[in-house]
Design a protein around this ligand. Structure first.
Ligand SMILES: Cc1cc2nc3c(=O)[nH]c(=O)nc-3n(C[C@H](O)[C@H](O)[C@H](O)COP(=O)(O)OP(=O)(O)OC[C@H]3O[C@@H](n4cnc5c(N)ncnc54)[C@H](O)[C@@H]3O)c2cc1C
Length: 419
């Protein structure tokens, strides 16, 4: 979110300094890794569909900018997006939600309301209590946050902005008309102070800590929770024994979201040196408390978490009618990571309310992204940059999104904390 806001501001001609506590190559953080689900399907007027579509458009503009600046065609949307149909597993008990989702749906999709249609359309074996929706849209599939961030940084540099790595913000305070930002070099320990007229705070789960002197309420409004990710592979000889058609069926059936109580999701993180897919697996509602934010990333997975990942993966592979057993699944590695959560699970892109209950228009906080921030990342950055320079976009969807993420909602949330 910081890189995205930094780029959008640089593109508008602002002089930007991006301060990042990690090295140029990120080794932790909720943006780590090679794949995030990017999907569009939503009900009419859904702000998350709008954010994803805006982000795709902004990514295309980023690619154009890089190619024009380098006077070559070195960059492509396919460096960032892997287009692949998104499969949604829904339950007959969710029929009303599904009806609303598909009513006048403009995105291309196929729908199997029962087992025989699922077999005919997707070659899937499902019980009649399940329904399958598949979304087919350009740039629906996964996006690679690593590549996106490095392209954003490159573009920022071309536009004349700076990025300081290994610099951690240790304090942010308001000094008259300026912000005073203290930063500490994570390698040398050297502390420096810089002053800025305007600030975007986008520190993911660390937002509450970074902004605590000027907006302490964010510590209560955004809470970090740990989630686990398992990386699984099908035993190479079993994968090799699948027919070409079966391997294709598997690859075309990711990413997937199973809207059971825990919301199992999975995607192809990457392909190993043999060309075999590495599956990333998680449960959207399988959240645990965090004792220490700095060390949570290194926390190993429990046996139960690994087992849950395998059981749910084999359940899906069996729905795909693939001859794979649970013992054929190899646990490659696990990773603990963090969701930043608000009560409503809707994020903020907002000015802050200061200690005098005034709206401070020189600062914007982007945070509380839960598990869906990446797909809209460039749109969040765009909104942050628009807010910071008091511009606006009159379109209905923009105004709706701004209201959902913005300062009026924040004021209500602060009031709710006080009462
Ligand atoms: C398990 C998991 C699965 C997800 N799956 C998806 C998905 O499939 N699709 C999707 O759209 N989204 C997904 N998300 C959500 C998405 O990854 C996040 O919303 C997004 O990465 C949040 O970005 P961010 O910039 O807010 O936070 P982060 O990525 O955490 O970035 C914050 C940055 O701020 C830096 N920072 C923090 N504190 C300081 C400081 N004091 N000084 C300097 N720098 C600092 C950090 O080093 C970090 O680089 C998932 C998230 C998780 C955790």
């Amino acid at each position: 979110m910081g890189s995205s806001a930094g780029w959008e501001l640089s593109k508008s001609g602002e002089e930007v300094l991006l301060i990042e506590q990690q090295d140029e190559k990120y080794t932790f953080g909720s943006s780590l890794g090679e794949a995030r689900i990017s999907r569009s399907l939503g009900e009419q007027g859904d702000i998350f569909s709008f954010l994803q579509q805006q982000s795709v458009a902004q990514t295309a503009a980023l690619i154009d900018y890089l190619n024009e600046t380098e006077n070559a065609q070195h960059h492509s949307m396919d460096d960032i997006y892997r287009t692949s149909p998104m499969t949604y597993i829904r339950y007959t008990s969710q029929q009303n939600d599904v009806d609303r989702l598909l009513a006048e749906q403009a995105d291309p999709y196929k729908f199997a309301p029962d087992s025989s249609t699922a077999k005919a359309l997707f070659g899937m074996q499902i019980p009649d209590s399940l329904m399958i929706i598949r979304e087919y849209k350009k740039y629906t599939g996964t996006l690679n946050p690593n590549v996106l961030i490095s392209k954003l940084h490159k573009a920022m540099n071309y536009a004349g902005s700076d990025i300081w790595y290994n610099e951690k913000v240790i304090s942010l305070t308001r000094k008259n008309a300026l912000y005073e930002i203290q930063i500490e070099n994570t390698k040398t320990g050297q502390v420096r102070t810089i002053l800025s007229k305007k600030v975007v705070v986008a520190a993911g789960p660390y937002n509450g800590q970074v902004i605590k002197s000027i907006a302490p309420y964010f510590n209560e409004l955004i809470t970090p929770k740990r989630l686990f990710l398992s990386f699984l592979k099908i035993n190479p000889s079993v994968y090799n024994s699948l027919s070409y058609e079966q391997q294709q069926r598997l690859q075309e059936s990711y990413p997937v979201g199973d809207f059971s109580a825990e919301i199992y999701y999975s995607m192809i993180e990457n392909y190993d040196t043999n060309g075999h897919p590495v599956l990333k697996v998680g449960g959207h509602f399988l959240r645990t408390e965090i004792d220490d934010l700095d060390s949570v990333w290194a926390k190993t997975l429990t046996q139960d978490e690994i087992e849950w990942s395998k059981i749910n993966t084999i359940r899906y592979l069996n729905m795909l009618d693939l001859p794979v057993d649970i013992d054929d699944l190899e646990f490659v590695q696990g990773y603990s990571c963090v969701y930043s959560l608000t009560d409503s699970e809707v994020s903020y892109v907002t000015h802050i309310v200061d200690e005098n209950n005034e709206i401070d228009k020189n600062i914007v906080l982007v945070g509380g992204m839960s598990g869906i921030g990446a797909k809209g990342s460039l749109a969040y950055g765009l909104i942050a940059s628009v807010l910071l320079f008091n511009k606006d976009d009159p379109s209905i969807m923009y105004q709706k999104t701004k209201a959902a993420l913005g300062v009026e909602r924040l004021e209500d949330d602060i009031d709710a904390l006080d009462n």
